[in-house]
Design a protein around this ligand. Structure first.
Ligand code: HEM
Length: 474
């Protein structure tokens, strides 16, 4: 029985083809998998048989439990954990690039068709630094990625050892490089990124159980609808035995280094230029991000303090002039919540993607201690990861047409152009001046210089996370 991809899905009552889809889909796609400790291996195949053997061994070892579990198993583990505290198993996942499919001798018509995926991130035209300057393992043609994560380092290490043994046992599989991520938290226990702001809160939800939870256990879902159709995150796996029931997702990976010292300096300098005094100085950083460090949305409140739970049920209807949250704020640029002005709301929503990022790098300071001199200027950042059904329409649109474009969103007559997203915007041109509300919700705007770029892309690639059925079929 075919299922409706244009709606969210109830996993608990999924039957027929929907149940098969969940049994064959990799985890972390329709719902985030905990992965406080995460290792990511980038691979190259010099022997198609060895590469095939690796994917097969991950999904169907001759003996024992497969390292790759299904989305269904993951969802059952989450339910068991909530009910009885029983810990789930580690997250292991595999993805292939377009070159990777070719290196496994998969016939071209069967390779997932997304045009951006097939041409790769090096050709994406996102104003990224030239690929020749990326970290060495990203410069090469990557064929595959394996992610290994868990809530604790012990189980992650054990699963990683098992994965490394498999890699060694498969002829012609080479590790090009690896990345290590681990969670960063503030004193409220909320996940943060290195600039010190709560991250990962606003997500599209694809399961009716998660949508109900959002409505009932958070600030609600009245102003911002977090429900998204399944077809915004999964697509038929064209190389699998039965693409009508076997699905996968396009996986975007970007290593984004954060110059925290510079960002924190610039927050302070912006507060000074706008004459924001005392507690109000925090508003400068909140203008860059769109939320205060504790996650309080700037459009809903003039100061921090609204973080139990961190709200997400807001839009920009009460802020049409950017007088509370300016138009250049990161979260307003990458999700205008219906206020972008160029597209109908339902079309605008097509650009939203499931983000599954993880911070990387070790630091000895407290991210939220208010100091600047002890902040790192390199070697820390975000391993940006996101699942997409259409890379051009989702990730690339958000980065290029929204974050990198000074003319987005559409602003009321007389208001100056928004400028770049001051967290992730990239442009070969100088950053245009920004227009900032001097008082929260007031009518006076100050025009000042934009803060310089503090995030540098160090490399990345597009992958497809295939169905388990595909891996077993090799
Ligand atoms: C939200 C930081 C990269 C897209 C956020 C939030 C923070 C943040 C603090 C608010 C928390 C939340 O609403 O979940 C960063 C940093 C980045 C980065 C420091 C780089 C180092 C990116 C990239 C994209 C992106 C590359 C996509 C092109 C989004 C989206 C949201 C978001 C879609 C949710 C907005 C909403 O729904 O309101 N980011 N981000 N971010 N970010 Fe980023």
């Amino acid at each position: 029985m075919p299922f409706d991809l244009t709606q969210p899905l109830s996993w608990e009552s999924a039957a027929g083809d929907a149940a098969v889809m969940l049994d064959e889909l990799q985890p972390n796609i329709v719902k985030a998998h905990t992965r406080e400790f995460l290792t990511i291996l980038f691979l190259k195949f010099s022997d198609p048989a060895g590469g095939r053997a690796l994917l097969k061994a991950l999904s169907q070892p001759p003996t024992g439990t497969p390292l790759l579990k299904s989305a269904k198993t993951h969802l059952q583990e989450v339910k068991a954990f909530k009910a009885t505290g029983t810990k789930g198993t580690p997250y292991v996942s595999v993805g292939l690039t377009g070159d990777g499919y070719a290196a496994l001798n998969i016939p071209a018509p069967k390779i997932p068709p997304d045009a951006s995926f097939r041409s790769g991130m090096k050709n994406a035209g996102l104003n990224d630094p030239a690929p020749g300057t990326w970290e060495p393992h990203f410069r090469d043609a990557i064929h595959a990625v394996i992610l290994v994560g868990d809530q604790m380092s012990g189980p992650r290490n054990k699963a990683l050892t098992a994965v490394r043994h498999l890699i060694q046992a498969c002829h012609g599989v080479h590790i090009l490089g690896e990345e290590k991520g681990h969670g960063l938290h503030n004193s409220n226990g909320d996940g943060i990124e290195h600039f010190g702001y709560v991250d990962g809160r606003s997500q599209p939800l694809f399961l009716t159980e998660d949508i109900d939870d959002e409505r009932l256990t958070t600030d609600g879902a009245t102003n911002w609808d977090p429900a998204f159709a399944l077809n915004r995150v999964i697509v038929p796996d064209t190389a699998a035995p039965d693409p009508s029931r076997h699905f996968g997702s396009y996986f975007v990976f970007r290593k984004l280094e954060q110059n925290v010292k510079q960002f924190k300096k610039q927050e302070k300098a912006l507060a000074k230029r706008l004459h924001l005094k005392g507690e109000d100085a925090e508003r400068a950083g909140a203008m860059l991000v769109g939320r205060f460090e504790d996650g309080t949305p700037l459009t809903t409140q003039f100061a921090d303090g609204n973080h139990h739970p961190v709200p997400n049920d807001f839009d920009y209807d009460s802020d049409p002039n950017g007088a509370k949250c300016p138009f250049f704020a990161h979260i307003r640029k990458v999700n205008p919540r219906g206020s972008g002005g160029f597209e109908q709301v339902d079309v605008e929503r097509l650009h939203i993607m499931a983000r599954r990022g993880q911070t990387y790098g070790v630091r000895t300071d407290q991210p939220n201690d208010g100091r600047i001199e002890n902040k790192p200027s390199k070697d820390v950042g975000l391993l940006f990861m996101a699942f997409n059904a259409d890379i051009a329409e989702q990730f690339e649109f958000a980065q290029s047409t929204w974050a990198n474009s000074p003319g987005f969103p559409r602003v009321p007559p007389g208001a100056g152009a928004p400028g770049l997203d001051l967290v992730i915007g990239q442009s070969p041109n100088p950053r245009p001046d920004i227009h900032c509300p001097v008082e929260w919700g007031g009518t006076t705007t100050a025009t000042t210089t934009a803060t310089p770029q503090a995030v540098t892309m160090k490399g990345g690639e597009y992958f497809f996370m295939p169905s388990l059925a595909f891996c077993r079929s090799l």
